[in-house]
Design a protein around this ligand. Structure first.
Ligand SMILES: [Zn+2]
Length: 270
């Protein structure tokens, strides 16, 4: 997303990803104790920040990065929070060993209730050091903003999802519906392997859900009342109609984001 700066608390970010919108990005950063008189961050806020930093600082660009490594690191955090191996499903194919991902599940109490799916992509657009004022793969907080490749699109969302699963587990929360999280590679331009598509075709049971939360996706009803998907392509959801749309490059300044909203496509909730 254009220049990558974001200022937020985890809660505000969650509101954004839940669909509140762009305006929520500019809320006071409760976790940031970078201004005189600000309140010291709580331990859980610092834990979130550490997770977010690790994700941003794991290069997941398609040239030299590894989504598989990022997924492994997130799995390690979930494991440390108490998730058993049976609820952690890392995946990667031999042809694209660095384009792996992770599905994690917090089992629900009602087997008849379909799951909720939380989606985020791990890969980022290429970022050349010479195009950036700061190192794109170091999380920098400056003047109340975060800088770095993927701080917004989409590692903020991925970090919130992982942090949320960790918190729910630590609190002993047992949801009625299972909560599934899929972190995938292959959303950004230049991808050779689309993790979301792979899951639909080969691991469908892992991500089946009643509905999904995803970046830039929403639904509308057409004149006949039929559900229509809108928003970002390249991802997939729940009761799952898959429409993987090729991202198209958009003109942008040096170091900008090569992904574009592909128009109609993305998620259909059925
Ligand atoms: Zn994205």
């Amino acid at each position: 997303m254009m220049r990558l700066k974001a200022r937020f608390s985890s809660a505000a970010l969650l509101l954004w990803v839940a669909g509140v919108g762009w305006s929520s990005m500019a809320v006071p950063a409760a976790a940031a104790a970078d201004s005189p008189g600000s309140v010291a961050a709580r331990p859980d806020q610092l834990a979130f920040r550490d997770l977010y930093r690790e994700l941003v600082e794991t290069n997941t660009s398609h040239s030299i990065g590894s989504c598989t490594l990022a997924a492994e690191r997130m799995a390690a955090r979930l494991r440390a929070a108490g998730y058993p191996e049976s609820d952690l499903h890392p995946f990667a194919v031999a042809e694209h060993p660095k384009d792996g991902g992770l599905v994690a599940v917090l089992p629900g109490s009602n087997r008849a209730a379909k799951a909720i799916l939380l989606l985020a992509h791990l890969d980022v657009v290429e970022a050349r050091r010479e195009d950036w004022t700061r190192d794109p793969f170091t999380l920098v907080e400056e003047g109340g903003y975060f800088y770095g490749r993927g701080t917004f699109d989409d590692k903020s969302m991925a970090a919130v999802w992982v942090d949320t699963l960790i918190r729910l587990r630590q609190e002993g929360y047992r949801p009625k519906r299972s909560i599934k999280m899929a972190l995938t590679c292959g959303e950004e331009a230049g991808a050779a392997f689309v993790g979301a598509e792979y899951l639909v075709k080969h691991e469908r049971q892992l991500i089946d859900a009643a509905f999904a939360l995803n970046e830039f996706a929403y639904g509308v009803l057409d004149a006949e009342g039929v559900r229509q998907a809108r928003g970002h392509g390249g991802q997939v959801a729940g009761q799952v109609e898959l429409a993987v749309a090729p991202d198209r490059p958009v003109p942008c300044g040096p170091g900008g984001d090569g992904a574009a909203v592909a128009g109609q496509d993305g998620v259909v909730v059925g």
